[in-house]
Design a protein around this ligand. Structure first.
Ligand code: ADP
Ligand code: MG
Length: 437
């Protein structure tokens, strides 16, 4: 999909057209993998899952999700047959496999499978695809998308139509993937490089050196509270990083702790840079939101960016926002998450904690409570709702494929959200008490 999208952009397609062919490439791609061992995240003491001696996990996820099934280890030919049979059973709509369709087979090593072994498996894959009357185009055997030290392999079948086949031929030269020969192009001058020559110590700093929009005194004071809240978020994530990873490993890919850590610390650095530059509350939180979604790397990072971004828009850079405006910002953030991620309450995602939090906050503020106590009431509702997700079957996100496994464990995103809003509630209470003194 990346290769097709990049080739389309290089050929001058506009953004909508690049999106169209990227979607089409995604729809016309099917992968299936097997593993003989799980993978171990750097720094972790144990692998994300284990496979018993002599057995093979079938249908695992590239991010370390355990397989959906297990069999005894087949022969190399038997493995080829299993992979091809699974994928020929799921030929995408619009492909007429019976009429000799074109297919690009990609046999991918997951980290510690030997190339020799993959070539032996590929020999039989090629025979099977040819016997099925398919036209093999540009076969790949190698390591293209590994999963740390996982011993395993995945077969991808990409079914290009005429347009995709043309784009697929564009040469590629990236650090990890080369195909065909590429002539070097001149590097474009970028504003980041201009900022670098103006004294930013890195491209990342360059963004924070930009001017901040004007803000009044009151909003700059609120920005300091925003910074303290983001600091609290990062501290809370640090304290619970291992627990969050462990919960996510039950049915997901084990990265919720490190993803939240990367996101919240990037947000903290951005918020600090904004406050130092004299930004108001809205700009401070908006910069934090962007940094979080840029750097977190997971689904939850993008969603945290949506929540904080919506709240930032309501805070603005002038005046001290009313509790009702803050509650409205959170409600807008939750609506954004649901519009973007398409999850509803009951799907076992962070939405299960977000909705009770935002509705309780809005109602309690509406009833005349001050922000700190309304926030604490809402955080209690979020905590109860997050705990209750343990009993649910996941219907969205990575955990969907491992539904049954996750019963008894809460949703990681809902749990981290509850921990965070609880800690922020304590911060708001302390700040309020200090202000009253
Ligand atoms: P990833 O799933 O990319 O590995 P994380 O592990 O950081 O990202 O976050 C997983 C959490 O993201 C889940 O526990 C769930 O709360 C949340 N999530 C995943 N998909 C959705 C979605 N479509 N809508 C709302 N929340 C989601
Ligand atoms: Mg995850």
């Amino acid at each position: 999909m990346f290769r097709i999208a990049a080739a389309a952009a290089e050929a001058g397609y506009d953004l909508a057209e690049v999106t169209r062919v990227a979607r089409l490439a995604n729809e016309r791609t099917r992968s299936f993998g097997v593993a003989f061992t799980g993978c171990t995240l750097p720094g972790a003491e144990a692998p994300l899952f284990t496979v018993p001696e002599g057995r093979m996990a079938v249908g695992l996820g590239i991010h370390g999700e355990p397989g959906i099934d297990e069999t005894s280890i087949p022969t190399a030919d038997g493995l080829a047959e299993l992979l091809v049979q699974r994928l020929l059973g799921e030929v995408p709509n619009g492909v007429d496999a019976a009429r000799g369709a074109r297919v690009v087979p990609i046999l991918n090593g997951l980290g510690s499978l030997k190339y020799e072994e993959m070539f032996v498996v590929y020999r039989r894959i090629a025979q099977l695809l040819t016997d099925a009357g398919l036209a093999i185009v540009d076969p790949h055997v190698g390591e293209y998308c590994t999963s740390f030290d996982m011993a395993g392999t995945s077969l991808t079948l990409f079914w290009p139509d005429a347009e995709l086949a043309g784009l697929w031929q564009t040469p590629v030269d990236t650090p990890a993937y080369r195909r065909g020969s590429v002539t070097t192009a001149a590097q474009a001058d970028t504003s980041a490089r201009t900022a670098l020559s103006a004294g930013a110590s890195s491209i990342l700093d360059a963004a924070t050196l930009e001017d901040v929009p004007p803000a009044d005194e009151a909003s700059r004071t609120v920005a300091v509270t925003v910074l303290a809240a983001v600091q609290t978020i990062a501290d809370t994530v640090d304290t619970h990083v291992e627990e969050l990873g462990r919960i996510d490993a039950v049915a997901g890919d084990g990265d919720h702790g490190i993803g939240m850590q990367r996101g919240s610390h990037a947000a903290l650095a951005a918020a600090r840079g904004a406050v130092d530059a004299g930004a108001g509350a809205g700009t401070t939180l908006a910069r934090a939101a962007d940094a979080w979604s840029d750097r977190a790397g997971g689904t939850s990072g993008a969603l945290w960016g949506v929540i904080l971004g919506a709240l930032a828009a309501k805070l603005g850079d002038d005046g001290d926002p009313e509790p009702a405006a803050i509650a409205a910002g959170i409600v807008a953030g939750v609506q954004g998450v649901m519009a973007y991620g398409k999850a509803e309450v009951g799907d076992k995602t962070m939405v299960d904690a977000l909705v009770p939090f935002s509705s309780t906050l809005a109602q309690t503020v509406d009833g005349g409570a001050d922000l700190a106590s309304a926030w604490r009431t809402a955080a209690d509702a979020a905590t109860r709702a997050a705990a209750a997700t343990a009993e649910l079957l996941p219907r969205m996100g990575r955990a969907r494929t491992h539904g049954q496994n996750s019963v008894g464990t809460p949703d990681p995103g809902a749990h981290s959200f509850a921990l965070i809003v609880t800690a922020v509630g304590e911060l708001l209470t302390t700040r309020k008490e200090n202000a009253n003194v």
